[in-house]
Write a protein of this length. Sequence first.
Length: 696
Amino acid sequence: MVRVKAGSIQVVRESARFTVDNGQIAVVSDLADGTLAMRWRSGAALEGVFSECAIPSGIARTTHYGAHRVDEASIGDIDDAIGRGIAWTVEHTPAERIDGDALPVLRQRFRLYDGLPYCLVELEAACEAVWETGEMAPIAALRNDGSILSLGGGEASSREELRVLFVPYDNDKWVRYGSYPIPGSVESYEATAIYGADSRRGVVLGSVRHDFWKTGIQAEGTFAGELARLRAFGGVSGLHTRDTLPHGTAKGLVNVSPLVFVGAYDDYRTGMEAFGLANAALVPALPWDGGVPFGWNSWSAVMSKLDLDVYVHTSDFFRNELQGGGFHGDDGVVYVNFDAFWNHLPAGELEEAVRRVKANGQKPGIYFSPFAYWGKDPERPVEGFEGQYVYRDILLKDDASRLLPTLDGAHAIDLSHPVALERIRNELRNFVERGFEYVKADFLSHGAMEGRHHNPEIRTGVQAYHLGMRTIRDALAPEKIGRPFLINLSIAPLFPHGYAHSRRVSCDAFGLIGDTEYMLNAVSHGWWINDALYRFNDPDHTVLYKSENQRETTEQEGRSRLTASVIAGTSLLLGDDYRQEEAARRAREWMTHPDVMKLARLGRTFRPAGRPSGSKAADVFTLRTDEGHWVAAFNYDPNAGIRKELSLEELGISETGALSVADVWSGAEQVVEAGARRLLVELEPAEAKLLRIRNH
């Protein structure tokens, strides 16, 4: 046995075992059978893990190979954006061929950092000749009897319900996050947590590299509390990724899987936050030095009825009624944004709209769906390329050169085609020249669909998506255009990130209490995205009174929608038509509330409390700031009031002295006596309360 220490990390080499241990997690490779185990100091463990990839004749798996070794030369120090640690490689060499084909050499590459309870692992597969693979799984395990996962925590933990977090690939079609029990089967996208329903102890897995693969994570079990199968793999494709074709293949002498994060935590919420920060360390969010975006977006207010009058009326209303009362970002900025149908304005009116907004000291915004073609005629000339290209030339196709089926009624544009990218640059140049300073980019999942790309070097949808998003980011770079330009993503994949300042956390959400619950479902399981992958979570249209396509909201519904937006992270863009007096009244009263506006300007997402299950939203959220503990509680029932008894421990409040509880909306105050550990909250139908709790 050889034992080596590097910082806080210990490396132990035995005849049939190789262990690297940083005091938080030990990664143990069995050099006799090709499996590995991850064991945490907390008692959590993943056992019987292997790696595998698809090959022409089937599956190549580390446990099928005859020789497993760790070359001394593969062990080395690392010092990267995440931290300092050790990297090493376990190499698996095949003992035979399958159907005459040479099997690839499989190399599991690991990174372990000082003091961090997670490991990063990827699979590299190498052949002597160029080969292709459509799936690579650095983490896989299966067992027919018993569980491959232990959460630690003793006997009570072993009896609790095991849940799997479903993270959607994108935010289209009103998809929901979810938390689903074992027994069952869940396929999540890019990330998941597998955790105890009561204790929240759990393991978090997800990809931290998003340059080629779409990553799926499959978790399933037949019996309560037993995880029987687990697989984190690059190459997922199907209904939820919006694909009608298989995932593109990696091709080369050496092919590499996603880089997968595996960590165990006493509270899976801490693990999801760590996962988000690991992604942000490797690919930072697009920098934004301005404040939280405050303002208005036209879609929910008037939809296709957009005209100059509603736009300039809103601008004037904000200037005269709201901005002086505190409705603005830290930088004093308010955006007034066009959504779809802005291009239906008569000649000259767009210029007049921009002029009026700027005269009011505000910034104008615009809308663009750069990756989707909404026309019905593929033979229509591409704008700026008349006589040279028609849209069929730049639309994504299958292997038989047929157009892919539409998504949301639009064809996907092939972002590997240079004309497609130049079309985007031309439109963005037009926005900049007209004076806009904000763009809402919509229907971006089209750009990541699998297909046969014009450029044969672009083999996957993710590669094409990078091309498109890089084009947008670079065209609007402040150093290029001479001013900040805020990039907001509407419908878009969660990953890759790093190309925009904010992303809508859900699909469309308007003003009814059902909209609030739907949007908060995404916050309940995606709060960790804020200030990690993107500077802001965007809660979509904050409708206080009435959207164009819905009934009037009750006053409680409207205030709940505003409260939900404030705690989301946030991009506070209102969505009413203020030519309606009730909409104007609510805005005057609510959007000048000093405490609420100050909280919104923090741009911080509240953390979910409670234990939401299925596809439901949490109904309590918390945040700690220098001014105390903030608690937001919601009643999603539009017909009946409720009484909620909140545990201070569950809210993360450890103080044992008397506490002062202020209801921010009503101004009422109550005192929780010293030693009491419960807080009673009464909520009317569809009501939300925003509470600030401080030492009495």
